[in-house]
Design a protein around this ligand. Structure first.
Ligand SMILES: NC(=O)c1ccc[n+]([C@@H]2O[C@H](COP(=O)([O-])OP(=O)(O)OC[C@H]3O[C@@H](n4cnc5c(N)ncnc54)[C@H](O)[C@@H]3O)[C@@H](O)[C@H]2O)c1
Length: 400
């Protein structure tokens, strides 16, 4: 296989810019950031020095069009994604954009159309679909370990974001939901099947604590055409660190994932270690829950590997702008439902998945005449089996 290397323009030097630089330059990778853009030269130069990046600049156009780079990574606040993606598409660069793709589905669709018209490579940087645990769990689901997936639950909750723009609904496009549920929605889609159409949503969202116009807490149910339901829970006011958990339940099994606060690494310190513990950690003393390799645990290296290998093989990566658009459309419906207090349809101007799906479930057979309801070993050692006659519907117990 041909092994190209890529030269990257990184737009943004905030929290996600740092995680991306740690992922790309932290190990002996061959893809390098060659140009970094930040609003202040002081920050751009400091970042460039930290990560051995040859060019630092404060001119966005110059950064995007820089002749030494072939890839642009958008790591800027949400209100700048559309504008920068359009510029990068015009410059003919491969584009990787962080989550959420847009503030709305309309913005995301504009981006999708622009990159497809320009014919450039594009990827949606949805790292939480690439955590090693998630990738392994997805493979188990694909291998049939759970049978048909019926329900997914994804939870992202923390004490609130670290920069002013997140709290400004104009810039972010919403609150905890646009910021965190974009991850949860896409995790659910991956487990249920990305070709299964999301139909409608029911959402509760509220501003319970913070003095903001947007929601600081939300819960939603997303119904899929095959009958599966995907649930998310998000919070910007959850105390004690960042809670990242997923559950998947199928006819034949379940998977439970804990990505952060409980990863099997627990520290008690009376004195503290006087430094960073983990993203959104609230304390540095007492019981601490660090993450051994945070960048890896959150999926960034696997995500970039998929992006650059897909680029080289001229194929679509696992997460694309189209996926980002579907996520935005689901979130638009969630916002509408939170307002109307009704189930709201997911409006998809573009749908590339299946249209032939029904919600039928297959029923387990006991024998030719009966369905098997349940078998259980009782405390006294007997086994009880509940069966149902296919024609009469009569229920019966068989003890053995
Ligand atoms: N897991 C993830 O994938 C993940 C995690 C965090 C953030 N993000 C996403 O990354 C993006 C940036 O978030 P962040 O946490 O790095 O934010 P941040 O506030 O830490 O950094 C934002 C960067 O953009 C720059 N910036 C801010 N306003 C600007 C403006 N008006 N013009 C030009 N530059 C401006 C800042 O100087 C900074 O370099 C957001 O879209 C966010 O949703 C993704």
């Amino acid at each position: 296989m041909e092994t190209n290397s890529h030269n990257i323009t990184l737009l943004g030097t905030g929290l996600i810019g740092v995680f991306y630089a740690m992922s790309l330059h932290g190990q002996r990778g061959r893809d390098r950031i060659k140009v970094v853009y930040s609003r202040s030269m002081e920050r751009a130069s400091q970042f460039a020095g930290d990560w051995q990046i040859p060019h630092a600049c404060t001119d966005m156009d110059e950064a995007i069009e820089h002749p030494e780079t072939d890839v642009v990574i958008v790591a800027l606040p949400n209100h700048l994604h559309l504008e920068t993606v359009l510029k990068a598409a015009k410059a003919g660069k491969s584009i990787l954009c962080t989550k959420p793709l847009g503030r709305t589905a309309a913005e995301a669709l504009q981006m999708l159309k622009a990159v497809e018209e320009a014919g450039v490579f594009q990827g949606y940087l949805e790292d939480l679909c690439y955590t090693p645990k998630t990738l392994k769990a997805l493979q188990s689901v694909k291998n049939g370990a759970l049978g048909k997936v019926l329900w997914t639950r994804s939870r992202e909750a923390h004490p609130g974001p670290h920069s002013e723009w997140f709290w400004d609904v104009e810039k972010s496009g919403g609150g905890a939901m646009i910021d965190l549920a974009c991850h949860c929605v896409e995790i659910g889609r991956n487990f249920i099947g990305k070709d299964i159409r999301p139909i409608e949503v029911m959402c509760w969202a509220a501003t319970q604590v913070k003095p903001i116009e947007a929601e600081d807490n939300a819960i939603a149910l997303i119904k899929y055409e095959n009958g599966a339901i995907s649930q998310f829970e998000v919070s910007w006011t959850y105390r004690g660190g960042m809670d990242l958990r997923d559950e998947v339940a199928g006819v034949e099994g379940v998977i439970r994932l804990d990505h952060f606060l409980r990863t099997g690494f627990e520290v008690y310190t009376a004195t503290g270690e006087k430094g960073y513990v983990a993203e959104k950690a609230e304390s540095a003393t007492g019981w601490l829950f660090p993450v051994g390799d945070e960048v890896n645990a959150l999926g960034y290296p696997h995500m970039f590997t998929d992006m650059f290998e897909s680029m080289d093989q001229e194929k679509a990566p696992m997460e694309t702008f189209y996926d980002g658009y579907i996520v935005n459309a689901i979130l638009d419906a969630c916002y509408a439902s939170a307002k109307s207090k009704q189930w709201e349809l997911v409006k998809l101007e573009v749908w590339r998945g299946r249209n032939d799906v029904s919600a039928d479930t297959s029923k387990a057979e006991y024998d030719v005449d009966h369905y098997l309801m349940k078998t259980e070993l009782l405390p006294d050692g007997r086994t009880k089996t509940v069966i149902k006659h296919k024609q009469t519907g009569k229920l019966r117990e068989v003890i053995s």
